[in-house]
Design a protein around this ligand. Structure first.
Ligand SMILES: Cc1cc2nc3c(=O)[nH]c(=O)nc-3n(C[C@H](O)[C@H](O)[C@H](O)COP(=O)(O)OP(=O)(O)OC[C@H]3O[C@@H](n4cnc5c(N)ncnc54)[C@H](O)[C@@H]3O)c2cc1C
Length: 522
């Protein structure tokens, strides 16, 4: 062990929106925010385009927002969680305004609200059209940087949770490479994971390459219960220009009236769903996937809906297109689905408590029950804010109860992480938009081979995560929301959430059992 750092307050792993907002809400309680990359540009948060959903417009209500969320969630949302998120959403937007977030406004000074797929009304607050994530991340990082009780530490790669007597007491993280590498144990009275999603475990993704499900894997390896891991959302309109990660063409473009056409110029979504391009994401993504599998290219045609105003109204997408030699004002944008968001995660209650004492979870790495089988657009930044405030409240209350005791446990072994190309390809091929038992078993075989070949802790964390996703997908013999089984195309009469541990996923992977032992009734 090179170093031990201890705080009387909280340790937050992750400096995306969820981690930074939690730290700000915890203040004046001290916190250390640990991240791989620089706060302000860290994680998926800084890449978010559309904005945040909140019922703040005339004629809208938290009930409407809740109804849309539940409809998109295909029977798996937890209604109590949906209600509290929809109710608390406007207050969290006011928090962001108070912190200095420059949300777009109309001429009369009220917030400008955009519309996105499967929302019955315009309710997305945004910044400079498609720059919400960058602006909010920069604002939160600036405020956290000015707050004395928050210590921001970048350049640390966490590899394992530290446990004492069944309680999470810290995180082992490494910094530096090769002979300069050192391992540090961060100890805290409360440990909060805000480590984001897992999109980069797929070969085709819109997520930054740091979104590798490592926080989920760490928690699973420590014995945490994981909820709904099989539910991965594929964004329908990643820009298909061969870049890794794939740039995103925000859903707000379809909200503005952009249409999807195939290589023959045919608009195919009208035949698939009554809401056409604004149908829930899984439906649009699968329709595009099927066009592509049948040999068609697919394009997002924004010429009529946005046209010459493209560069002002959607500067991020405009930049991504022009870098690839496409002028979206005059040319259709080639698009394809890409792994985008993880609905599943570390099982959490209404205050972000995981099943492990001492461990709270917030943001995309958590599964609160908000998203069900399919996330409603722009509900994820919101979830990070609502649960960031709730986790902070709960941690403040719990820490009054006493200090941690005991000696730190032994450090994990570590070396440089192997690039998971084989893993990413297997996930994109077998555990993506259309799954079947043969493909899922093939993915589990690849995962097992990789596992046998490496004891590297970061890779073990990623392997734990993909094993959970794949085993739970194999065990769910139905199609629902983001999880589509071509060998089980119908939905089961009763919707049940998956609650599963790594040990149970391992038994499924080993073929000993076909269903997780514990499935909660809705
Ligand atoms: C292109 C794109 C557009 C999107 N648009 C929207 C949108 O418009 N609206 C919306 O609601 N959602 C959107 N999303 C989803 C949303 O951005 C994410 O769900 C959300 O930002 C997740 O926030 P987070 O704080 O939980 O995680 P992240 O922002 O991903 O942050 C994760 C943090 O954990 C750190 N970390 C992870 N593992 C480790 C480790 N082992 N060691 C050290 N640090 C680690 C990372 O460095 C990072 O700091 C979009 C996502 C993408 C990719």
């Amino acid at each position: 062990m090179d170093n031990i750092v201890e705080t009387d307050g909280a340790l937050i792993l992750g400096a995306g929106i969820a981690g930074l907002f939690t730290a700000l809400k915890l203040a004046p309680m001290p916190s250390i925010v640990l991240a791989g990359t620089r706060p302000g540009i860290s994680g998926s948060s800084a890449w978010a385009q559309g904005g945040i959903a909140a019922a703040m417009g005339e004629g809208d209500s938290w009930q409407n927002h809740a109804r849309d969320t539940v409809t998109a969630g295909a029977g798996l949302c937890d209604p109590a969680i949906v209600e509290l998120v929809a109710r608390e959403a406007p207050e969290r937007i006011h928090d962001l305004l108070a912190l200095g977030t420059p949300f777009d406004r109309k001429a009369d000074g009220t917030l400008a609200l955009g519309r996105e797929a499967a929302h019955s009304l315009p309710r997305i607050v945004h910044v400079r059209g498609d720059g919400a994530g960058a602006a909010i991340s920069a604002t939160l990082a600036a405020r956290a940087g000015e707050t004395d009780c928050i210590t921001l530490l970048e350049g640390f790669h966490a590899v394992e949770l530290a446990m004492e007597g069944g309680r999470v007491t810290g995180i082992f993280a490494r910094s530096g490479l090769g002979s300069d590498a050192r391992l540090v144990l961060f100890k805290a009275r409360a440990v909060i994971l805000a480590t984001g999603g897992l999109g980069a475990l797929y070969a085709v993704t819109t997520n930054p390459l740091e979104a590798r499900g490592e926080g989920l894997g760490m928690a699973a390896r420590a014995g945490a219960v994981i909820a709904d891991p099989e539910f991965v959302q594929f964004h329908p309109t990643a820009i298909a220009v061969g870049r890794d990660p794939a740039p995103l063409a925000t859903e707000a473009l379809r909200g503005e009236g952009a249409v999807l056409v195939n290589g023959r110029g045919e608009r195919f979504m009208t035949a698939v769903h009554r809401d056409a391009e604004l149908a829930p994401r899984d439906i649009v993504a699968r329709a595009i996937h099927r066009q592509i599998v049948s040999g068609q290219k697919v394009f997002l045609d924004c010429r009529e809906a946005v046209g010459a105003e493209f560069s002002q109204r959607f500067p991020t997408v405009f930049g991504a297109c022009t870098t690839a030699g496409i002028d979206p004002a005059t040319q259709p944008i080639p698009v394809a689905p890409a792994a985008h968001y993880h609905m599943g995660g570390i099982a959490s209650d209404a205050y972000g408590r995981s099943s492990l004492p001492g461990l709270w979870v917030v943001g995309e790495c958590a599964a609160t029950g908000l998203h069900g089988a399919n996330r409603l657009a722009s509900n994820s930044l919101l979830e990070g804010l609502v649960f960031g405030a709730r986790v902070a409240e709960d941690v403040r209350d719990s820490l009054i109860m006493g200090a941690m005791r005991g000696a730190p446990p032994a450090p994990p072994r570590f070396a440089s992480p192997a690039p998971p190309h084989v893993l990413r390809n297997a996930m994109s091929r077998y555990v993506a938009l259309e799954r079947d038992a043969d493909g899922l078993r093939a993915a589990l075989a690849t995962i097992a081979r990789l596992e046998r070949a490496s004891s590297e802790p970061a890779l073990q964390n990623m392997i734990a995560t993909v094993k959970l996703v794949t085993a739970a997908a194999l065990a769910r013999t139905e199609s629902r929301g983001g999880h589509w089984r071509s060998d089980y195309p119908g939905s089961a009469p009763v919707a049940r959430r998956t609650l599963i541990t790594l040990a149970e996923a391992e038994r499924i992977a080993a073929g000993q059992r076909e269903t997780p032992a514990r499935r909660a009734r809705k």
